[in-house]
Design a protein around this ligand. Sequence first.
Ligand code: NAD
Length: 439
Amino acid sequence: MSTDASAKASPKQADTAPSLKDRGNLFEIAGRQVDKAMKLINLDDDVAQILAQPKNEIITNFPVRMDNGKFQIFKGYRVQHNNILGPYKGGIRYHHEANLDEMKALASWMTYKSALHEIPFGGGKGGIKVDPRQHSKTELERITRRFTAALGSNIGPEFDIPAPDVGTNEQTMVWMMDTYMNIVAQSERNSVRGVVTGKSVTSGGSYGRREATGQGVVHCITEWAKDKNFNLDGAHVIIQGFGNVGTYTARLLSQKGAVVVGVGDVGGYIANPEGINPHKLSEHVAKTGSVAGYKGATKVTREEFFGLEADIFVPAALELELGLKEAKALKVKMVVEGANGPTYPEAEDYLLGKGVDVIPDILCNSGGVIVSYYEWLQNKRSEQWDTADVLARLEKRMKQTYANVRQYAQAHKTDWRTASYAIGLERLQHCYRERGIFP
Ligand code: NAD
């Protein structure tokens, strides 16, 4: 437990949010989603078998000295799903309910996401079973460094490249990078800066990475609005999760005239039909750790939040938040998955049946991994691209993939999630057919 008075108070879990263990097996649900696309393209059996399980599942139990001098054991994970298209790539999550099946699902989604966007990366995911809010900065630093050392050569700039995810940030990545640099030969230190992405700019990160995922979400919303002849100016938006993804999505959408009328996070839900200022809300969250108690809005229940009058819903918190009950309550025209895996398959079927568009995670929340790829390239070349350059490249790639998915979905008369997986799977299959399986 933290002895640092500056550690944020841990907000209470939002009223009826189910615990992760009660939400079902995420890896099994992920398998059901991808199965539909495998059938659509009649995927080769051997490729299906390879993709059905991760290549490597690493679990490490490691001790860390707490501020009070006592030791605590933590459980860390790194799952490496597939690397036929390039080094394993994916976030590091700090969450008290982190578990292996969750990591396996998240790692597999990274494989399909990179394949869909034609990024030369594979899929990985990892994390620690820890509630970061319960620890001081010094404890978090020691936890991060010890975990990185425990992973050792299981990560590396040409092998497996972590990034931030739920509960981690630029600071976490800088500690990981610095630790890794200190366990390689002195002469190699500077060449391994790209072992993680999502670093601060001063420590080798990329301009534009911080807002990249939210920006990608907003590009998809903009493309959708163009297709549907829908005016974003004045559109009402509700957002669940107000961390990296939720915050930047809210800020960038409000620049387009959209009005954020409801927000929720781990501490509670708030609403204001006149609009919530995302910048002021961010300041409140920075001070208190949650959107709860924000003066410019009224407290609502989780149930009321899902039933708010809005056009767009952006889940940007955890997986499996949108079940049938929530889907039935939603009044929106579109759901844009900023979070990974927020929607149960039966909820998606219900929404699609009602004519609500669902833009899937692997298509729309990929801004982070795309700019991570640019960061990795900049590190390799010892370059620093300016913000405009990074964001222009991101926009081009997001719009190109969006157009590819739209065309594929229309041509095959299928939903966008299946189309997105199918495009990724075709690339993976093509590569396996060319390379064969060793020996
Ligand atoms: P974050 O830690 O910055 O923010 C997470 C947010 O979710 C916080 O506001 C937290 O309070 C909220 N939350 C947690 N538990 C909740 C609950 N039970 N009910 C309601 N809200 C809850 O994390 P992030 O980086 O913004 O990631 C959010 C989602 O987006 C995750 O699914 C993540 O995998 C996905 N994602 C993140 C990135 C990235 O670049 N950070 C990229 C792609 C996808």
